[in-house]
Design a protein around this ligand. Sequence first.
Ligand code: GTP
Ligand code: MG
Length: 257
Amino acid sequence: MASYKMLVKDVIKQADVLLEIVDARFPDETRNSAVENEISRFNKPFIIVLNKCDLISKEKLEKAKSRFSKIAPTVFVSGKDRYGTTILRHKILEVVEASKIKDRDILVGCLGYPNTGKSSVINGVTGRHRAGTSAVSGHTKGVQYVNAGSRIKFIDTPGVIPTDEFDEIMQGLLGVKDATHLKDTIGVALKIIEVMCSGNRAALESFYKVSIEDEDAYEVLELIGQQNKFLKKKGEVDETRTAIRIIHDWQKGQFIV
Ligand SMILES: Nc1nc2c(ncn2[C@@H]2O[C@H](COP(=O)(O)OP(=O)(O)OP(=O)(O)O)[C@@H](O)[C@H]2O)c(=O)[nH]1
Ligand SMILES: [Mg+2]
């Protein structure tokens, strides 16, 4: 815990501007007020980056952006598709008043919970795979400096913000823990089904080739298992296998909410 705070503080001290990378699907949950307060304490500017914007509808994104813009400059990007990365580059230069920093690179610190896509955002901006990324959270181990051209140098950090405040379900939704490390796989899958049924039921229906009317989440899980032949020997639905598959598909980014 102490070392996490020291790392965050050290990056904030060094950087000219900080990017707080949040998961656009769960922006409130993946903002961290302690980190934001620390940034303010050092009087550094920061930009909220709503990453993984390819996994959320445009309307929800615009809503989140206008809400977050009241707190700090906010941009939405997809590190994966390189969407919004030019805007982010411009925003960085605007926020730090680049012309005032002479004879050296502009240091951009990237902070955020594990797996929010810090390294992917950096790669999106640089246009190259310079920062290591992985679907398994905890990939980036130490602080890493990445040159992005146009005088921008990123500081990639490991996702050090403790996630114990998240319950298992949130850890599953954010991909902090993969299905093999979750205890309550069925609980996590039911939550994914609920999120999808209220957010984008059609996507779930077409992906698993099921038709959902007024079934509850548990019945939908059964339907998915049945339809996709995730069955036990006796022919009944293998709920755990079905749940693991749903979590896996969700974490791979198969569903737009
Ligand atoms: N769909 C989608 N997936 C993304 C995006 N950005 C990152 N990912 C995926 O999210 C996972 C984590 O990405 P990373 O860039 O390694 O995340 P990180 O925050 O650097 O992770 P740690 O270094 O482990 O803290 C990978 O599977 C990425 O492919 C995005 O914009 N869209
Ligand atoms: Mg990383």
